[in-house]
Design a protein around this ligand. Structure first.
Ligand SMILES: *Cc1c(COP(=O)(O)O)cnc(C)c1O
Length: 395
């Protein structure tokens, strides 16, 4: 290794380790279902995004296996050369039905999708109004576009209004866009889309909602935009196939002309190989299951409401959660980490999330109940929470 690189790595790694910020990655010895095994120990899993349990659903697995038999393991090319197999087209058609939009373009991941879509439309003569708590991939996607980034305070509609008005009246920008998460991943609160749509209308803002945590979870599964009945007002609906859908991939749902443009101008679509046939077929199957029945969706919410109420009743601070994402806000960073470790020792896997991912002094354990948890699993998790909460003087 060159000396410069060696020095850089040694200094920075030891500094991270000194601060206790070096993240050791846990190896999971089972599929990512409601019960997982880590370091040989069984854990109730409250940390996966597998909201509906579809990552391990037998029907979805069968669709993936069949696709491998019929189509092989790789797409063989980027979408714009000859990597668009019938399974990719079917996925996009099914997604458009699911979202209720004219068309859909799919990408290799949700992260990739934000890299692709923002910079295909916005450039250095434009400005983007971005919620301060937006996901890292939105922040990177905005940077890549080279547009001016104007952050507004989290879900603060007065601040958005003021800054949108100032940006519009300055006359400095060609186009303006407002971007928000549909559901915020650290707090579980829902974006104020009706007000955002109103402000967008008044100041000609292009509207962009990243609904990674909302799809499959809100609006009978179709997402946050449907939840508010705003399909006609939101230009870009971003989704991921890796959370509630249980597979991998990302997509933009919108008007046909927008999707046509993204197919010729978004770089990851043009220069990176398409998802595998198994991914495309499994995601298509999962979405079809969601369109046929609301059973999983209803079970998710029943479990989420049950866990939220139980933790609240014990006296935990669950912040502003309105969705299955249920944080337990502990506060102090050290205590939060000790709390998470004690949960692990007692058989509950729920990760601590601390500064800089969330503001200082708001360290939390983030709980993600799913449709696949049984009441007994949730009861066991709640009793561990009670034990550890009392032990550490949190409740
Ligand atoms: C998880 C997430 C992504 C990334 O999705 P992947 O498909 O995992 O790459 C993008 N945006 C938001 C808001 C997310 O929560």
């Amino acid at each position: 290794m060159t000396k410069v690189l060696q020095q850089f790595l040694t200094e920075n790694l030891s500094e991270l380790r000194r601060q206790g910020l070096y993240n050791e990655i846990d190896k999971v010895g089972t599929p990512n279902g409601p019960i997982i095994r880590i370091h040989g120990q069984e854990q109730i899993n409250l940390s996966s995004n597998n909201y509906l349990g579809l990552a391990t659903d037998e029907r979805v697995k069968a669709a993936a296996v069949e696709a491998i038999r019929n189509w092989g393991v790789g797409a063989g090319a980027v979408r714009t050369i000859n990597g668009t197999l019938e399974v990719h087209e079917k996925l996009e058609k099914t997604l458009a039905l699911f979202k209720g939009t004219e068309a859909v373009i799919s990408y290799q991941s949700g992260f990739n999708c934000n890299m692709a879509a923002i910079s295909a439309v916005m450039d250095k003569n434009d400005a983007i109004l971005s919620d301060e708590l937006n996901h890292a991939s939105i922040i990177d996607g905005c940077r890549l576009s080279r547009a001016k980034i104007i952050r507004f305070s989290h879900s603060d509609m007065d601040d958005l209004y003021r800054q949108a008005k100032a940006a519009k009246e300055s006359g400095s920008y060609n186009k303006l866009m407002v971007i928000t998460d549909g559901v915020f991943s650290m707090d579980g609160d829902i974006a104020k889309l009706p007000q955002i749509a109103e402000i967008a209308e008044e100041y000609d803002l292009i509207t962009y909602v990243d609904d990674a945590h909302g799809s499959g979870v809100l609006g009978k599964g179709a997402g946050t935009v449907k939840h508010f009945g705003l399909q006609e007002k939101i230009d870009f609906q971003i989704g991921t196939l890796s959370k509630a859908i249980g597979v991998v991939g990302g997509y933009v749902a919108g008007k046909k002309e927008l999707i046509d443009w993204l197919k010729v101008r978004s770089r990851p679509f043009l220069f990176s190989t398409a998802v595998t046939p198994a991914d495309a077929a499994a995601a298509t199957k999962a979405i079809k299951l969601l369109m046929e029945s609301t059973e999983l969706f209803e079970r998710l919410w029943k479990n989420a409401d049950y866990l939220r109420n139980a933790l609240k009743k014990l006296g935990f601070d669950i912040g502003r959660s309105e969705t299955p994402i249920t944080p337990c806000i502990i506060g102090d960073e050290k205590t939060t980490q000790i709390f998470s470790r004690r949960l692990f020792e007692e058989g509950v896997y729920a990760k601590s999330i601390v500064f800089p991912t969330v503001p200082k002094g708001t360290g939390r354990i983030r709980n993600m109940p799913t449709a696949a948890h049984t009441k007994e699993m949730l009861d066991r998790a709640v009793s561990v929470y009670e034990k550890v909460g009392k032990e550490l003087g949190i409740i």
